[in-house]
Design a protein around this ligand. Structure first.
Ligand code: MG
Length: 487
């Protein structure tokens, strides 16, 4: 890894150490909030986190800091990366007025509560007013941040640097092919697998998960696996990266594959070069690249016959009911294709269709050609077109995701990028034989050398080009799906 040599950039990195420290604390507070925090501490914790965030903003917008960034002359890729990342944050914190950030915090805090209740009652009308506020805020946000061609571009770029509507159109140009594949693939599968109803012992499944993650390469001296309502990964520093899992009590693939998914996110952070520690480029570069790593491990490695072969003995030991199922049964259980109403339960064939639906709706909401009150109807119609089923109620349709309540408009397309880029890496990094040989060490080395160790030195497009020799090309995903599900 190149070293930081320019004195001004050394100075910047020194000053950045304060932001790094505050970010570390914010992450740990966030992890605690979703795992062990007493329920009634919500408001207090929100206050603390909000105040820390204000400190972060103060450092980013300090005139001396800004001028150091603006005048820096970079001498290598690491330095270029540092300045690029700092400029993005400075832009974010200077273009959005304090009033706006506070307003957004307030609205999303409320929206989260309203959304939860509306979802429980399956009552979209209840959520509608606050969602209207959020859409208005996000349109305003796009104006503050500035954009070319389409206001949605300003929001897309927040989650995936450089992503635009134009690029999304290319990504989703394969939707008709995916639809076709999905129609054919689902005919080959039963509508249900008996293992879905099989209850398991949570303690044993947990041990199995820890055991499998260790074999795949998770470093438990720098990480933990805990329990939370929604699985997630959070990285503090390079030496503390945590994932969470949810145990539903039956249908063990859900917890197991979620753990392997989060493992992929965690390894991206664990494998960043130690030379980048405490610098602005220490973390993974974008949500799309991050998701490509989690999906690589979950789908490309995990949902394979080879993975089942490798861990079959251990699975039977932890889950004795599996002795009645052979490797083929288990493989089918992990790759079952059938129409799903809920995105997070969708198989990897139809998953991108769920994302395309959200992309279309968000784009129209932000450009103002779709009104919030029209959402349920349009959602259901599009679901019918794309997946071939119609949500019987809004909790199984438009109310299912938390993202809009969080004001995370522009986030969804990164999931599709993740699936597609994972397939591209599989092909271009010649991973097929490594996965077939269960050589997980070499799989990890490949990902570490080509993706992980670079942190966010390179913007996503450039990293894709360096790692795979081309920009995102959805054709690899199509051939990956075809080989796996139709051959
Ligand atoms: Mg993920």
């Amino acid at each position: 890894m190149e070293q930081i040599v320019t004195p001004e950039i050394k100075e910047l990195v020194k000053r950045y150490r304060d932001i790094w420290t505050l970010d570390y604390a914010l992450s740990l507070l966030g992890w605690d909030m979703e795992t062990y925090m007493p329920a009634n501490s919500f408001r207090e914790r929100g206050e603390v986190r909000g105040n820390i965030r204000t400190q972060v903003q103060r450092i980013y917008t300090h005139p001396e800091f800004v001028s150091l960034v603006e005048n820096a002359k970079t001498q290598n890729d690491v330095e270029k990366g540092i300045i690029r990342v700092l400029k993005r944050w400075i832009k974010y914190y200077t273009k959005l007025p304090k009033r706006f950030i506070e307003e957004e915090e307030r609205t999303t805090a409320k929206a989260f509560q309203v959304w939860k209740e509306a979802k429980e009652k399956s009552d979209f009308k209840m959520f509608q007013p606050v969602l209207e506020d959020i859409v208005a805020l996000e349109r305003e946000k796009a104006d503050y941040l500035g954009y070319e061609e389409h206001p949605y571009n300003a929001l897309l770029d927040l989650y995936e640097e450089g992503l635009t509507v134009k690029k999304c159109e290319k990504i989703f140009s394969v939707v008709p092919q995916i639809s076709n594949l999905f129609k054919k693939a689902k005919e080959r599968y039963p509508n249900k697998h008996p293992l879905e109803d099989e209850p398991y012992d949570m303690i044993f499944l947990r041990r199995l998960i820890e055991n499998i993650l260790t074999t795949l390469g998770f470093d438990f001296s720098r990480g933990r696996v805990d329990v939370s309502p929604h699985p997630f990964t959070v990285e503090m520093g390079l030496y503390d990266i945590r994932i969470t899992v949810r145990y539903e009590g039956k249908d063990f693939r859900r917890a197991l594959m979620a753990a392997v998914h989060e493992f992929g996110h965690a390894m991206y952070e664990m494998n960043v070069s130690k030379d980048l520690w405490t610098t602005p480029v220490q973390h993974g570069v974008s949500l799309g690249i991050h998701e490509s790593q989690s999906r690589f491990w979950e789908n490309v490695v995990g949902r394979t016959r080879y993975f089942v072969e490798r861990f079959h003995d251990r699975m039977v030991m932890a889950l004795p009911f599996l002795k009645d199922y052979d490797i083929d049964d288990l493989y089918r259980y992990l790759t079952l294709v059938r129409p799903e109403l809920i995105r997070v339960e969708a198989d990897e064939v139809q998953y991108a269709l769920h994302i395309y639906l959200r992309y279309e709706l968000e784009k129209k909401l932000i450009e103002g050609t779709l009104k919030v009150n029209e959402l349920p109807q349009v959602w259901n119609d599009l679901m019918d077109d794309l997946i071939g089923i119609r949500p019987p109620k809004d909790s199984l349709g438009v109310l299912q995701d938390i993202h809009w309540a969080h004001a995370s408009i522009g986030y969804f397309p990164t999931y599709a990028i993740g699936s597609m880029f994972a397939a591209q890496l599989y092909e271009k990094l010649d991973m097929k034989h490594l996965i077939e040989n269960k050589n997980y060490k070499e799989v990890m080395r490949n990902l570490r050398e080509n993706i992980h160790k670079w942190g966010s030195i390179y913007p996503p497009d450039e990293l894709m080009m360096r790692a795979s020799g081309e920009y995102l090309n959805p054709e690899y995903f199509i051939s990956y799906l075809r080989d796996k599900y139709l051959s």
